[in-house]
Design a protein around this ligand. Structure first.
Ligand code: GAL
Length: 340
């Protein structure tokens, strides 16, 4: 039986619901507002239930949320330079909402809608949404399904499915802010990323060129390092991102990244079939209250956003995010939790 409760209303009066998934010692709470992962509770080393994602207690706070906490991001996650791209010989002009660039789907991305609950069970929920032709400037109507399931290894699997009625670009991710201690500073977390290649960025966070990690030692997480270790280094790339806010091209191994907190003993493994991963150390979180009386400020969490590369509609050399009419977009990301 699905566990669904009311989570209040949006400012326009739309009802928001929260669905709770349970499996063994793990519990996930997900809103139909933006398919938002509001909490994810797993045991720490001592068996204590630990909520490992940031979130809010009210629909009102989610509506005002400018950090995309826990939300599904679409139609295109990350940035598209100047909000423009050409497809099939036509230039499309998108909403611009991050300086001169398009970010996370535009002024009203997928994170800012109440989705339909298609089906829900004890450990599973699927949401659907029809993004109309021309939404935020994108070509074609896109039918989207985002589903969450909680399975073995305390793993939360997110599956993204989509189909369009004309050729378009699609890049769907989840924007959870992970803190494996359940709160406080997260820069003591140790990170490993299965990548040899970083995308360098300019001052507006648009990718410039691929950089070998041999030439970017402050970004090299091929073996585990804490985030704190090199985040304050005198490095143009770290300045451009105000910390880590960069995309790694994944090498294709099943495990994209691992995040471990020596304090709680929680290890999170991130698996995906997406080609890239945005590492974001919550640099732009403005100080504010969070759920359960928490106070959030920058660097209290780590986002590992699996995706196509930023600006890839204009940079096919980073891998094409084009979804052709009649093709099916079907991608997954799995966050599994262990202790050590
Ligand atoms: C991240 C992005 C950051 C920032 C953040 C939202 O995905 O990389 O630059 O825009 O979302 O505050």
């Amino acid at each position: 039986m699905a566990e669904i409760r009311s989570f209040g209303r949006t400012s326009s009066g739309e009802a928001v619901s929260e669905i709770t998934l349970r499996n063994g010692a793990a519990e996930a709470r997900i809103l139909d507002w933006g398919c938002t992962l509001r909490s994810l509770t797993v045991p720490d080393r001592a068996g204590r239930p630990t909520d490992v994602v940031l979130g809010y207690d009210t629909a009102e706070e989610y509506e005002k949320n400018d950090g995309y906490l826990g939300a599904a991001i679409g139609r295109f996650a990350n940035r598209i330079a100047r909000g423009r791209f050409t497809l099939g010989g036509h230039e499309y002009i998108l909403a611009v909402n991050d300086g001169a660039n398009h970010l996370h789907g535009g002024a009203r991305g997928f994170d800012k809608y109440v989705w339909s609950v298609e089906s829900a069970g004890k450990d599973f929920v699927a949401f659907t949404r029809l993004s109309p032709d021309g939404e935020e400037g994108y070509p074609g109507a896109l039918s989207v399904r985002v589903s969450y399931s909680l399975g073995a290894e305390n793993a939360l699997t997110i599956r993204y499915e989509a189909e369009a009625d004309v050729d378009t670009v699609v890049n769907l991710t989840n924007h959870s802010y992970f803190n494996l201690n359940g709160g406080g500073d997260a820069m003591g977390h140790e990170l490993t990323v299965g990548s040899d290649t970083l995308l360098g960025i300019d001052e507006t966070s648009i990718p410039t060129c691929a950089i070998s990690l041999d030439d970017a030692p402050n970004f090299d997480f091929r073996s585990p390092h804490t985030l704190a270790e090199r985040i304050s280094a005198d490095d143009t790339q770290l300045k451009n991102g105000s910390g880590y806010d960069h995309c790694y091209m994944l090498s294709g191994a099943e495990t994209a990244a691992e995040l471990y907190s020596p304090q709680s003993g929680i290890l999170m493994r991130c698996e995906t079939d997406m080609p890239a991963l945005q590492l974001y150390t919550a640099n732009f979180v403005s100080p504010r209250p969070g759920k359960g009386g928490a106070r959030y400020s920058p660097r209290q969490a780590v986002c590992l956003e699996t995706e196509f590369a930023p600006d890839s509609p204009n940079r096919p050399e980073f891998g094409s995010p084009v979804l052709k009419k009649g093709e099916k977009y079907d991608r997954f990301t799995r966050y599994a939790f262990f202790t050590k």
